[in-house]
Design a protein around this ligand. Structure first.
Ligand code: NAD
Length: 392
């Protein structure tokens, strides 16, 4: 591909959708058809579905992040490490920490970040699990509070707020690690390992009932206290207030209460479910040179219900956008997004998982194998067999 002529395609974000689109455009576009610029604030692609594993005692950086220059060759695609500051859809320009980038086609794929729902004090007094750096910070803080507890002899009080997918996968890792920390710091366990607080009356709200029951029973069996049906309403320094009036005094409060699309979006865009509404072509309505993909985009299923963000949906977004960008350059007809749901697998530490794949329910070893297989398949899809051999 010759990168010096043609349409200027600028892709913001090298997450699942942005990276896949970049790689697919690179392999599809002919010489002179377009230049592709990929902008991300990090020099790496994060395997976000493995982020919770960082909050355990053992992990290797190469298992969680992959250098972008390994996935995208710099002479084919312009790889820019910069923070996106604003987008001007009138003058077709993106303002970043490294300067201004004019574009003919813009793709917003900046992912999501933690939603705080304006809960009093939560932003200041919680830790969050939205990216690799945050995951490392949580891990270090857990080590610190256990060290402090070892000096006083009183076990630390750890609370996770929000028992959705992220909260439950994080709980699984902590549940595996905490017994070893108790032993290391010679602490006596006088109750649960830690507590999860959830606004709804069940963990993983809205998911398959049987799988939720299985996950609930497993967490309780392994010493996690589940405080359900009681939203967090206020957070202070080592204090947590719940709607029921109950109070908790956590040494560490980790907030996993949900996500919202990245706030960098053009002024005046339509938002639903805290994401940008797109049409069936993955374009922002009224702007046929502006695509929104992945966690930033709100797409709907057959019943018109907005779909939760996940990696598989982000990949479908990227494939539709690739087709339509190439079609617009070549004057071909565009393609529509069609909702497909493969399912989800949720890990509960190293020894258990529950999931649903193409309508088939899985628990225990089969669920863990499927999760491993998805990981392997994803690595091959972004970096071929060589990456899979290095990372898997
Ligand atoms: P989520 O929205 O799925 O879960 C957030 C949870 O926090 C919900 O259960 C919600 O009821 C609870 N909550 C919200 N406000 C609260 C309050 N005030 N007090 C107590 N609880 C409160 O968000 P998530 O878990 O971060 O997941 C985000 C998306 O990422 C999901 O849509 C999911 O598809 C995806 N994800 C998938 C996997 C997987 O497939 N294994 C893992 C992680 C994330």
């Amino acid at each position: 591909m010759n990168c010096l002529t043609g349409e200027r395609i600028v892709i913001l974000g090298a997450g699942v959708a942005g990276l896949r689109l970049t790689q697919k455009l690179h392999s599809t576009l002919r010489s002179g058809e377009a230049t592709v610029t990929l902008i991300d604030e990090n020099p790496y692609h994060q395997l976000l579905y493995k982020l919770h594993e960082v909050c355990n005692k053992e992990y290797h950086e190469k298992d969680i992040v992959v250098p972008l220059d390994r996935l995208v060759k710099n002479n084919d695609v312009k790889l820019i490490q910069a923070t996106v500051e604003s987008v001007d859809v009138e003058s077709n320009q993106v303002q970043t920490s490294e300067g201004v980038f004019p574009y003919d086609v813009l793709v917003l794929a900046l992912g999501s970040h933690t939603a705080f729902f304006n809960i009093d004090g939560i932003k200041e007094h919680s830790m969050t699990l939205g990216n690799y750096d945050q995951a490392k910070e949580i891990r270090e803080r857990i080590k610190e509070i256990f060290e402090e507890a070892g000096k006083t002899g009183t076990p630390p009080n750890v609370v996770i707020g929000g028992a959705g997918f992220t909260g439950v996968e994080l709980a699984g890792e902590m549940m595996d690690w905490f017994p070893a920390l108790y032993k290391e710091h010679e602490l006596e366990r006088n109750g649960s390992l830690f507590t999860m607080v959830e606004a709804y009356s069940s963990i993983l709200p809205g998911w398959n009932e049987g799988l939720v029951k299985n996950a609930h029973a497993y967490l309780e069996k392994r010493g996690v206290e589940l405080h359900l049906g009681d939203p967090v309403t206020k957070v202070g320094e080592r204090i947590l207030e719940l709607k029921s009036g109950a109070m908790m005094e956590p040494d560490l409060f980790i907030w996993t209460g949900g996500v919202e699309g990245d706030p960098v979006c053009p002024p005046g865009v339509q938002i639903r479910a805290r994401r940008i509404i797109v049409n069936d072509h993955m374009e922002y309505e009224g702007h046929d040179n502006l695509y929104v993909l992945g966690d930033m985009a709100c797409t709907v299923n057959k019943e018109g219900k907005s779909m939760p963000p996940n990696a598989h949906i982000a990949m479908i977004h990227a494939d539709v956008a690739k087709h339509n960008i190439v079609a617009s350059i070549r004057g071909n007809s565009s393609r529509k997004y069609k909702f497909q749901h493969m399912g989800e697998v949720v890990t509960l530490g190293k020894s258990h998982a529950v999931g649903e794949l193409l309508g088939i329910k899985l628990t225990g070893l089969p669920a863990r194998i499927v999760k491993k297989f998805i990981h392997l398949w994803y690595l091959i899809s972004i970096g071929g067999i060589k990456l899979a051999l290095d990372v898997f």
